[in-house]
Design a protein around this ligand. Structure first.
Ligand SMILES: Nc1nc2c(ncn2[C@@H]2O[C@H](COP(=O)(O)OP(=O)(O)OP(=O)(O)O)[C@@H](O)[C@H]2O)c(=O)[nH]1
Length: 344
């Protein structure tokens, strides 16, 4: 039983008696039992510092002084609040909400078991964690395969690039081999013939002059006989380099025509210009000062035959070649180490 009393005043505020009532604990027990607080939940009514009622009900606890606890300490400071504590009654960890009844020294504390309250959340969190871990594993495996396939692709691409570069280099080499003379490194006769066809047609079309300078090393047979074939080869290489340095325009060409014979192809160049280039070439060879005991000059010299005119529609490249050759023959006949212009 819980006795309740209250002073009663009359209309003047004078003491008029005391109202006394008793509340049966059974009433509260039945009332509180209707609340769903779970298996580990608890409800306590504390009158001042004594336990008035508690669910779950333990008869021996009723009327007992409340043991010191975080709940009692906090309730002494605050009207209401919430906290988590280990129950001094049954050693269960609970999450508690408490409030003081207005006008009465009664503290009401409602608690749910922490494990019970968080159980559902924990289960959800566990499932979520498992799902996340599985997803991570799937992503990791997929990522591994993705990285692997990217690496394989990068390797394959690098291989392809290498093969392409090697092919490019091989093609370049082949093009050089097809175009250049193996001994001197300057373009060969096949390439010269090709260029002559093109340039001749072009000069014919635009009616611009074209010049061919045929160059032959003087007494080269004797040079070979005196100094040997390897020295002859070396001499030809040096002459080719000297001739290359004597042409200036990008469209000019120096080629090995065959044996010790070389040729200059000078597009858009008239007779005067061609004679000028021929003189530069002759001097470039003379400046090499390659000793030749069998030559009148005491060193290696060249003879040059020049053919230069504006090709007419009926003209053929071979005619210009033959003209340059004939001029060369004249230069040889006139004593070598000189330049002869065709038709002069
Ligand atoms: N070392 C070497 N000799 C070559 C090469 N090609 C041609 N010859 C030689 O060049 C010489 C050319 O001789 P010829 O045609 O009689 O002419 P030449 O002795 O220069 O006499 P002229 O032209 O009349 O001054 C030959 O002995 C060829 O063997 C070559 O690639 N290397």
């Amino acid at each position: 039983m819980i006795p309740l009393s209250r002073r009663l005043n009359d209309a003047n505020g004078q003491f008029a008696g005391v109202a006394l009532a008793t509340l049966h604990l059974k009433y509260f027990q039945q009332l509180l039992a209707q609340f769903h607080i779970g298996q580990e939940g608890a409800i306590a009514l504390v009158l001042t510092d004594r336990l008035m009622l508690r669910i779950p009900h333990v008869q021996a606890d009723i009327g007992r002084q409340m043991p010191a606890s975080p709940l009692m300490e906090q309730a002494a400071r605050q009207a209401s609040g919430s906290l988590e504590q280990l129950s001094p009654f049954d050693q269960t960890v609970r999450m508690i909400n408490f409030d003081h009844a207005r006008n009465y020294p009664v503290l009401v504390a409602v608690a749910t078991g922490k494990d019970e309250a968080l159980g559902e959340w924990r289960r959800g969190a566990l499932i979520l964690t498992a799902v996340m871990l599985s997803l991570c594993a799937v992503i990791a495996v997929a990522g591994h395969f993705l990285i692997r396939s990217m690496q394989l692709r990068a390797r394959a691409e690098a291989g392809l690039r290498q093969a392409r570069d090697a092919l490019g280099t091989a093609n370049e080499k082949l093009a050089h081999m097809a175009r250049d003379d193996g001994l001197t490194g300057i373009p060969n006769r096949r390439y010269f013939d090709m260029r002559l066809e093109k340039v001749f047609a072009q000069c014919q079309r635009i009616q611009r002059p074209l010049a061919i300078v045929m160059i032959d090393v003087d007494h080269f047979k004797q040079f070979n006989d005196l100094y040997g074939h390897p020295a002859g080869d070396e001499c030809l290489k040096r002459i080719a380099t000297a001739l290359r340095s004597s042409i200036r325009r990008p469209e000019d060409l120096v080629a090995r025509y065959g044996g010790e014979e070389m040729v200059l192809l000078l597009p858009e160049t008239g007779a005067a210009g061609a004679l000028c280039v021929a003189e530069t070439a002759r001097n470039a060879v003379a400046d090499l000062r390659i000793v030749h005991a069998g030559s009148d000059a005491g060193q290696v010299t060249v003879s040059l035959g020049v053919a230069a005119w504006t090709p007419q529609p009926e003209d053929l490249p071979l005619e210009m070649l033959n003209a340059a050759d004939a001029a060369l023959y004249q230069a040889k006949a006139a004593g070598r180490n000189r330049i002869q212009l065709h038709g002069s």
